[in-house]
Design a protein. Structure first.
Length: 213
């Protein structure tokens, strides 16, 4: 059986400064430096949420050359005045090349990505869009024994719960079944026409706070 776990949550923003301010306002926690993704022309900031779980803020890197393809996480669609938001999430597997073909049709092909000295495999839609409006997670496989969370300071934050609120309720549940993840994620049905919203409930030193609510 193919099985995944929640790996990280992705907040998109027009700039890292705006994204960091949003997370710090919602959680009361400062983010740590991440790095640059040369193939995508992006960079990020990180917050540890567990031994193998983190939250990232990602934005276009103004110092990088524009890539010859759409950037991931629909970043090319953001305007300077776009609000930061919890836009997507990523599920971890140790066997990404065994992912169900019907799932890869939704999330895009498997590609190699790098940040600093790290290299991993991840699914990326060729058009840079958010799969199923962000409800269907990208798949990721890290090298054995390597995870970014191990390099981050523990600031006392952990993921308490994660919700997908979507009008594509049945399709989302079916996709999560392909990943054996239905019990890890709460899916809430929205009326047709409403945009997908992701909500993360996070334990912080000051209590449970939410991103995306």
């Amino acid at each position: 059986m193919f099985r995944c776990e929640i790996d990280h949550l992705t907040v998109t923003a027009p700039s890292l400064a705006l994204g960091a301010a949003y997370v710090e306002r919602e959680l009361g926690i400062a983010l740590q430096p991440g790095g640059e993704h040369p193939r995508m022309g992006t960079h990020n900031l990180l917050l540890r949420l567990g031994d193998a779980l983190f939250l990232e803020v990602i934005a276009v890197n103004p110092a990088a050359e524009r890539p010859p393809r759409p950037r991931w996480f629909a970043l090319d669609e953001l305007r300077d005045d776009s609000a930061p938001r919890l836009a997507h999430w990523v599920a971890r597997t140790g066997a990404i090349r065994s992912a169900p073909p019907e799932y890869l049709k939704v999330t895009g092909p498997i590609e190699t990505m790098t940040r600093g000295g790290m290299q991993w495999l991840i699914t990326i839609p060729s058009d840079g869009a958010l799969p199923l409006d962000g409800a269907a997670p990208a798949l990721i496989e890290w090298p054995t024994g390597v995870h970014p969370s191990a390099q981050l300071q523990d600031q006392g934050c952990t993921l308490h719960g994660f919700e997908i609120r979507t009008a594509a309720y049945e399709k989302t549940r079916a996709l999560l079944d392909l990943l054996s993840m239905r019990s890890e994620v709460k899916v809430v049905a929205l009326p047709q026409g409403e945009a997908t919203r992701l909500v993360a409930h996070i334990h912080t030193p000051s209590g449970i706070r939410c991103i995306g609510a």
